[in-house]
Design a protein around this ligand. Sequence first.
Ligand SMILES: [Zn+2]
Length: 179
Amino acid sequence: MRVRSEYIVEFSGLKNGSHSYDWTLGDAFFDGFNRDGFQQSKLQVSCRMDKDETMLVFHLSIDGVLDFDCDRCLTPFTFRLKGNKTLVFKLNGTASEEEDEDLFVLDASEYQIDMAPHLNDLVQILLPMKRLCQMNEGKPLECDPEMLAKLEAYSTSAEEPEHIDPRWEKLQQLKSDDN
Ligand SMILES: [Zn+2]
């Protein structure tokens, strides 16, 4: 993946204390990452990073919008994505030390961090599983009834025989036993 300098934090030359960063995640940012169904994006990340001799702590805060197509009716809508995350990078660590999703270990030879994959991860965990018109930012939308009808017609003609709920099957069985 191409490394983009604006997302690189060169920490080795920084004084201990707080440092601020602002990053914009526009469409170009997501080239090379999995977009997971969204098109346009306008996201802002503000970050305060606290540095001391032992670690770097990034307090990330993201806010902005993404465009999705509704899962039900395919109408485009705008989703507001907002959230926070704290990432810790331990300095002068060794390879045997354990990492997890919020804790990373840097060895003494490392002097910079590419934040792009971490910012992408932050977006990914905040993406909704279901994307529906009613999530439209500002004003919830109704699904397009014409489109739903078309999709319904298409899916019933293409659908495989419906799976029968076993409880329903049992009930049918009971009913036929009555006769
Ligand atoms: Zn919809």
